[in-house]
Design a protein around this ligand. Structure first.
Ligand code: NAD
Length: 494
């Protein structure tokens, strides 16, 4: 069994807390590893190591940082299959999906390679006579990132590329369910020439998170995970005076208008509902069928489900892997019966014909779902797709906007006017028009509205640079003895 430890000061450091967590291969249900769970004393040691090099890294030149980022990018690209295999082994998603996650994460490294350009400040000449103003962005110091199980490669890249490029030391606390990719990244940072201590991996669970939240030297925390934990991290971190961005859960709706192309909409609903076994924060979990399209749409989705090949992520031909743990699988399956359904009708029951030996659950489709029932109200985070039927566009937009989450949303239509109106009216952070999973490219920023995000900035892209730096504005005048005089008035610009 593999033992997975911390990375502190440029090397693997064995845990001393005496606490470990199990790591499973979800396709076989076999425990393949155990991961160290840091105590608060180990958190202190990791933060101390980062603090020790923070000043030196903050003083590094922009070209030096950019060069390291380019080398890191090359290493990730070269070793991308290795990262994808590790993701599949511990998370369970199919290899092609894991490779896609690495590729999307790399966009953030590409963006951060341009750090000399991204940190250019503004300059205003002659704001008053002989007075100029310029702005600069400086690093925060030591920052931490706490990441979820569902993207063990991409979400860390969302955070650490910009954080390090901006001149900060970054402590990653990955999910204890799939911790291994973090150590591969650590090796790559070392091989790219990043000074020891600038990138740290602290394995752990809620105890490590609690210690990071309390540590006075941590200036900022980026978090991605479930809504209750995100709220806790945001409230605790900000109370301790830290800058916090906490991205949270979701219930993403896909509205299908009667004029939409039926085949395109059904393909999209199936891909976005069941891809990665529904364990994506941008997965479509509710199809809102408007008017006459409902019957043919439900039929078209149901027809496509038997063709989905469910199997181990590393088996050729598998399109959908298992869920991450036995507990999570049982929780997801519980939405297919009893009061959880609130009177909805199960059209396809994924509990039937399930493959033995892993945490597998086949795709499910539930029709006539109503708000107020757990299957609609809860974030299920599995391959259960709900259909809510409404009669009009107005009912559809009201439904989406009344939902407490506002991460992603999609509209399927051929009507440009309706699409224009939808993107204007809908209350969500990321909108797809005939695009079911509208994850912004790396040079925009990612973030939801309402209870899908706590904090003021979205993640990665331009917002990431803002989050990991603090601004300073310098007003300067070079002394000119010929015009100098005593003036007790308030400084004026005109
Ligand atoms: P989670 O909230 O259980 O865990 C996230 C992180 O928090 C992990 O590192 C975990 O160790 C830590 N953690 C767990 N419980 C904690 C506690 N009580 N106190 C402090 N720290 C704790 O989330 P998960 O199950 O790993 O990931 C799935 C969730 O993440 C879903 O809700 C999904 O929607 C969300 N997610 C959101 C986004 C987004 O961008 N909005 C992206 C990916 C995932």
């Amino acid at each position: 069994m593999q033992h997975i430890s911390h990375w502190i000061g440029g090397r693997v450091v064995q845990g001393t807390s005496g606490r470990t967590g199990p790591v499973f291969n979800p396709a076989t249900a076999e425990q393949t590893g155990e991961v160290d769970l840091a105590s608060s004393a180990e958190v202190d040691a990791a933060v101390e190591s980062a603090v020790g090099v923070a000043r030196e890294w903050a003083e590094s030149t922009l070209s030096a940082r950019s060069e390291i980022l380019f080398r890191f990018h090359h290493l990730v690209r070269t070793r991308r299959d290795e990262i994808a295999r590790l993701v599949t082994a511990e998370h369970g998603k199919v290899l092609s999906d894991a490779a896609g996650e690495v590729a999307r994460g790399l966009e953030n490294v590409e963006f951060a390679c341009g750090i000399p350009h991204l940190l250019k400040g503004g300059f205003s000449e002659q704001v008053s006579r002989g007075v100029d103003v310029h702005s600069i962005q400086q690093p925060l110091g030591v920052v931490a990132g706490i990441t979820p199980f569902n993207f063990p490669a991409m979400v860390p890249m969302w955070m650490f590329a910009n954080a390090i490029a901006c001149g900060n030391c970054f402590i990653l606390k990955p999910s204890e369910k799939d911790p291994s990719p973090s150590l591969l990244f650590a090796e790559m940072w070392r091989d790219a020439g990043l000074p020891d201590g600038v990138f740290t991996v602290l394995q752990g669970d809620g105890e490590a998170v609690g210690a990071l939240l309390e540590h006075a030297a941590i200036q900022a925390i980026s978090f991605v995970g479930s809504t209750p934990v995100a709220r806790h991290v945001y409230e605790t971190g900000t109370r301790r005076g830290k800058r916090v961005q906490a991205l949270a859960g979701a219930k993403n709706h896909m509205v299908v208008l009667p004029d939409a192309d039926l085949g395109v909409a059904a393909d999209a609903a199936v891909s976005a509902g069941y891809g990665s076994a529904g364990e994506r924060c941008m997965a479509v979990s509710v199809v809102v069928a408007v008017g006459s399209i409902a019957d043919p749409l439900v039929e078209a989705i149901a027809e496509r489900i038997p063709a989905i090949r469910v199997g181990p992520g590393d088996e050729a031909g598998s399109e959908m892997g298992p869920l991450v743990t036995a507990e999570h699988r049982a929780r997801v399956a519980s939405y297919l019966e009893g009061t959880a359904l609130g009177g909805a009708r199960v059209v396809v029951d994924g509990r039937h014909g399930v493959r033995n030996g892993g945490f597998f659950l086949n795709p499910s489709l539930v029709d006539f779902v109503q708000p107020g029932s757990p299957v609609y109200d809860d974030e299920i985070f599995g391959p259960v797709l709900s259909v809510v039927r409404v009669q009009t566009y107005a009912e559809a937009i009201d439904l989406v906007n009344a939902n407490p989450w506002g991460n992603g949303v999609a509209l399927f239509t051929r009507d440009g006017g309706a699409a224009r109106r939808f993107e204007h009216e809908v209350q969500a952070g990321m909108v797809g028009i005939n695009v079911p999973i509208p994850v912004p490219v790396g040079y925009y920023s990612f973030g939801g509205w309402k209870t899908s995000l706590f904090g003021d900035t979205h993640m990665y892209g331009p917002d990431g640079v803002r989050f990991y730096t603090r601004g300073k504005v310098v007003t300067s005048r070079w002394p000119d003895p010929s015009t100098s005089r005593v003036d007790l008035g308030f400084p004026r610009t005109r």
